[in-house]
Design a protein around this ligand. Sequence first.
Ligand code: KG4
Ligand code: ZN
Length: 349
Amino acid sequence: MAIILGIESSCDETAVAVIDGRGATLDRRIVAQRIASQDAAHRPYGGVVPEIAARAHVEVLAPMVAATLDDAGIALADCDAIAATAGPGLIGGVMVGLVTGKALAMAAGKPLIAVNHLEGHALSPRLADPALEYPYLLLLVSGGHCQLLEVRGLGHYRRLATTIDDALGEAFDKTAKILGLGYPGGPAVEALARSGDPRAVPLPRPLLGSDEPHFSFAGLKSAVLRAHQAGCHAPADIAASFQAAAIDCLVDRTRRALAVCGPVNALVIAGGVAANVALRGALELLAQSAGLPLVAPPRQLCTDNAAMIGWAGVERFAAGLTDPLDSAARPRWPLDAAAEPVRGAGVKA
Ligand code: KG4
Ligand code: ZN
């Protein structure tokens, strides 16, 4: 087990972590981590502006690496490898982190590990819970993705479902925009939903009960817009009704996946939307009814961070999986390359 420097820069968080694979608990595994959010830079635009994101990563990343190594009380030479996100994501930002990782690897004479950001999310529950064994069913819900994956082992992913239109995080962010809650939207919608009535606004639940395995959120998003424009519902009721509809869809699709997947040790959630407390509660009930534990990483490990990238590096390094210094940055990089493309537009992987 190794000490790995992790770097994340695929969206609007710049993050660096030092992970010690020998640690028996989460506290010991994350030796140091720093994260700089770009929320303030993107807020005026109501979403992430790729060029602003890339420039902001350039400004903070190199000093952040030095500061994180300092926090950990180690030198670059003490790391066994450098793990950097190589995709999928906003390509300018990915390139900043990957090139920095390559330069550090070259300077220190250490191997590079080019990490798939989605693998970082997919393995983050194993960083948080050392007892979690493969295989498990993973619900990966983030700003760019909404997928159910059978995680059979490191690098072995079978996609059971994906979204045919919007990702769930995207639907939360659009709902926030419609309700004037600003950016980023997920936590704001969740907070407002707490004071609303989830049955107040009738909203559709796309694909609920369908034989098709996938997700769809575009119709729900449009219904939120219409409900808001009608002007007769309180924003808190719209937020609560939206969240309840989205959670109903997730639970239904996950129940279906549990029925068709191979034997699994746990139901696992990861990605930014997995920070949502109501969603975690609903999936806890589903897991109980399936006789499985629900494993959900602490909320700060659900949203983008470098600890999960460093941890994916730990697992890959232990398996002898390092990458050449000419590894490419990839805007798209599905975890299950064999999965059929689905109908619909705007699907990120
Ligand atoms: O994983 P992540 O940090 O970045 C991506 O890889 O996309 O996920 C970000 C997404 C955003 O859409 C954000 O609104 C959503 O996760 N999110 C939430 C919550 N916290 C973050 N959605 C619902 N409830 C939350 N508490
Ligand atoms: Zn992410």
